[in-house]
Design a protein around this ligand. Structure first.
Ligand code: RP5
Length: 174
């Protein structure tokens, strides 16, 4: 098993998905996680998807993240080939505005789970964070970075609360 290669593989069905997937790549980078980003499709390059998924664990990958739109089978096709955890990001790229991709990704049959996050960029960011949380189970330094990340979220929310409270002080009838 490779010790220096990517720990998270981010797959997308098309390069047209990249802008939606970008927040996932950014948060992985911010959290100091080595990742690789690849374009492969359950429908257009099925053999490549199967080969990549089967070899991922051996190459040192610990979590797979799969983003796809339309009848989105990428995450499920990957999950069928590996026991690594698979996170699915549904992409709203069709005339059904992502409902098709959401259902295709989340409605996996029993035995082959895909941890499906929200549609679009918020889901992409959460996919990166969830992958980090899974990896932090066996990585103390990453765990510390995640704790600090969450504390920062809390500080920002508290600052927003303070700003709104100052604009609307309690007790004063208008
Ligand atoms: C899906 O089809 C891809 O994930 C993408 O969201 C969608 C459209 O792909 P392109 O036709 O833009 O390559 O498989």
């Amino acid at each position: 098993m490779s010790e220096s290669g990517p720990r998270v593989a981010v797959l997308m069905g098309s390069d047209s998905d990249l802008e939606v997937v970008r927040p996932c790549l950014e948060i992985l980078g911010e959290l100091g996680i080595a990742f690789e980003a690849r374009v492969m499709s359950a429908h257009r390059t099925p053999d490549k998807v199967a080969e990549f998924s089967r070899g991922a664990a051996e190459r040192g990958v610990r979590v797979l993240i799969c983003a796809a739109g339309h009848a989105a089978h990428l995450a499920g096709a990957v999950a069928a080939q590996t026991i690594l955890p698979v996170i699915g990001i549904p992409i709203a790229s069709s005339d059904l505005h992502g409902v098709d991709a959401l259902y295709s990704t989340v409605q996996m049959p029993p035995g082959t789970p895909v941890a499906t996050v929200a549609l679009g960029k918020p889901g992409a960011r959460n996919a990166g964070i969830l992958a980090a949380q899974i990896m932090a189970l066996s990585d103390e330094a990453l765990r510390a970075r995640l704790v600090s990340f969450k504390e920062d979220l809390g500080r920002k929310a508290a600052a927003a609360d303070e700003t709104v409270r100052r604009q609307f002080p309690s007790g004063g009838a208008r």
